[in-house]
Design a protein around this ligand. Structure first.
Ligand SMILES: O=C(O)c1cccc(C(=O)CC[C@H]2O[C@@H](n3cnc4c(=O)[nH]cnc43)[C@H](O)[C@@H]2O)c1
Length: 235
C-alpha cells in the first residue's frame, strides 16, 4: 500500500513534466534562508535557489533577471515570516493560497484604497491551487504543522498593534506576512509561470520585539520545507 507521501508524490509528477527541463526557481531574501532551503533540497539540480534581496522591488527585479537566464516550470518565494496570532504559530509553515500586496495603494482620509480599488490592477496573485494542495498534504503527512492562507507582502514590516489590526481588517484570512512574495509572483506572472510562496514563522506579527524572534526554529522548518520540495519533485 502506498504511503500518504507516495500518493502526493504521484500527483507531483504532473508538475515534474510540466514543461521544458522542469527546473524550479526558488527565491529567498537573505543568505541564511537560501542555505536552509539548499540544505533541504540537498543541492538537487532540479532547483536553483537564488537571492531575491530585501523587499518586493528587489525580489521582482532579481526574479525577472533569473527567469531571463534559464528555463523554468515553477517559481517559489521562500523564507521566514511573521505569523498572525491564532493563524500560524512560530516554527510552523504557511503555504499561500493567495499572495497579496497588502500595503500597495493609496491612503485617504476615509481609509486605505487598494490597487484594485484605484483601478491599477490586482493586489492578489493566485498560486497554483493543485500544487498548494500537493505540498500542504505532503507536509501534513510528515507531521509538519502547516497552514494554508493569504500571505501578505508588505514594504514595511509590521511593528504595531494598530497596523496589525488594519491589515487583518483588510485581509481576514491573513496567515503570515513577508516582504518579497508579491515581487517574486509578479515576475513569475510575466513569464506565465505558476508560483508558490512558502514561509516558516519566526515571529508574531504585532508590536516589534526583535528579541522574541525564533530564527533557529524558522530556519529548521525552512530546511524541512526544502526536503519536502525535493521529495515531491525529484523522487
Ligand atoms: O537578524 C538576523 O540574524 C536575521 C537572519 C536572517 C534573516 C533575517 C531577517 O530579518 C529576514 C528578513 C525577511 O524575513 C521576512 N520576515 C520575517 N518576519 C517578518 C515580519 O514580521 N514582517 C515582514 N517580514 C518578515 C521578510 O520577508 C524579510 O525579507 C534576520
Amino acid at each position: 500500500m502506498k504511503s500518504d507521501l507516495e500518493t502526493v508524490m504521484h500527483d507531483g509528477d504532473i508538475f515534474r513534466n510540466a514543461d521544458s527541463d522542469g527546473r524550479i526557481l526558488i527565491m529567498t531574501a537573505v543568505e541564511a534562508e537560501r542555505q536552509a532551503v539548499t540544505r533541504g533540497t540537498r543541492d538537487s539540480k532540479r532547483f536553483n535557489v537564488q537571492l531575491a534581496g530585501f523587499g518586493p522591488a528587489s525580489a521582482a527585479a532579481r526574479t525577472a533577471a533569473e527567469l531571463a537566464k534559464g528555463s523554468y516550470s515553477l517559481v517559489i518565494s521562500a523564507g521566514i515570516a511573521g505569523g498572525f496570532k491564532g493563524r500560524a504559530e512560530i516554527g510552523s509553515t504557511v503555504i499561500a493560497d493567495r499572495i497579496a500586496a497588502a500595503d500597495l495603494g493609496a491612503e485617504t482620509p476615509d481609509g486605505f484604497l487598494s490597487v484594485d480599488e484605484l483601478g491599477f490592477g490586482s493586489s492578489v496573485i493566485l498560486p497554483d491551487s493543485k500544487l498548494v494542495q500537493t505540498l500542504s498534504d505532503a507536509m501534513a503527512s510528515e507531521g509538519i504543522p502547516v497552514t494554508r492562507g493569504t500571505i501578505l507582502t508588505v514594504t514595511t514590516g509590521t511593528g504595531s498593534a494598530e497596523t496589525t489590526a488594519k491589515l487583518t481588517a483588510r485581509y481576514g484570512d491573513a496567515a503570515a506576512e513577508g516582504m518579497e512574495g508579491f515581487g517574486v509572483a509578479t515576475a513569475a506572472k510575466l513569464w506565465n509561470l505558476p508560483v508558490l510562496e512558502i514561509r516558516t514563522i519566526s515571529n508574531v506579527v504585532g508590536p516589534r520585539d526583535r528579541a522574541a524572534w525564533r530564527l533557529g526554529e524558522a530556519f529548521a522548518a525552512l530546511e524541512a520545507a526544502g526536503d519536502i520540495l525535493r521529495r515531491v519533485f525529484t523522487e
